[in-house]
Design a binder for this molecule. Structure first.
Ligand code: DQA
Length: 150
């Protein structure tokens, strides 16, 4: 069974209580449930992780490559706007990455408009709330020619 890595960066463990006017009331456990339900439609297993540490995210991207994951859905949080290390890890991994942001980063402060992930991602989604994760998985299925199982 193919595996999709869903990786979440710093502060996303606080979803539900963190700035709910921006990020909504759903928790990271709700995101995980949504990802598992969506991935199941395509016969995918999910490796779902969150870390507040940049190196952990790099390690997970390297692991996804080693294990020949079918794709990575990545919400790198604030590391999106700062991390050349994550950019380089994606380049080395040669695994399709879909960049996701819960909020519409382009409608927010200018410092959130630049992404180190976008130039090395297959696609980027933002502003759909947590539904962006499900949309990313559906997009990944379309990109890889994976059809829904039932
Ligand atoms: C975020 C947007 C980032 O700018 C921010 O630092 C986050 C969350 C989002 O999902 O909207 O931590 O990635």
């Amino acid at each position: 069974m193919a595996t999709i890595y869903v990786l979440n960066g710093p502060n996303l463990n606080l979803l539900g209580t963190r700035e709910p006017d921006i990020y909504g009331h759903a928790t990271l456990a709700d995101v995980e449930k949504l990802c598992r339900a969506t991935a199941e439609r395509f016969g995918w297993a999910v490796e779902f992780r969150q870390s507040n540490h940049e190196g952990d995210l790099v390690d997970s991207i390297q692991e996804a490559a080693e294990k020949k994951a079918a794709g990575i859905v990545l919400n790198a949080g604030a590391y999106t706007h700062t991390s050349l290390a994550i950019h380089d890890a994606i380049l080395a991994a040669k695994v399709a990455v879909i960049e996701v942001h819960i909020s519409n980063v382009f409608a927010r402060e200018k410092l959130r408009h630049h992404s180190y992930i976008a130039p090395v991602a297959k696609a980027s989604l933002c502003g759909f709330g947590i539904d962006g994760y499900a949309l990313a998985l559906i997009g990944l299925a379309a990109m890889t020619g994976t059809s829904a199982k039932t």
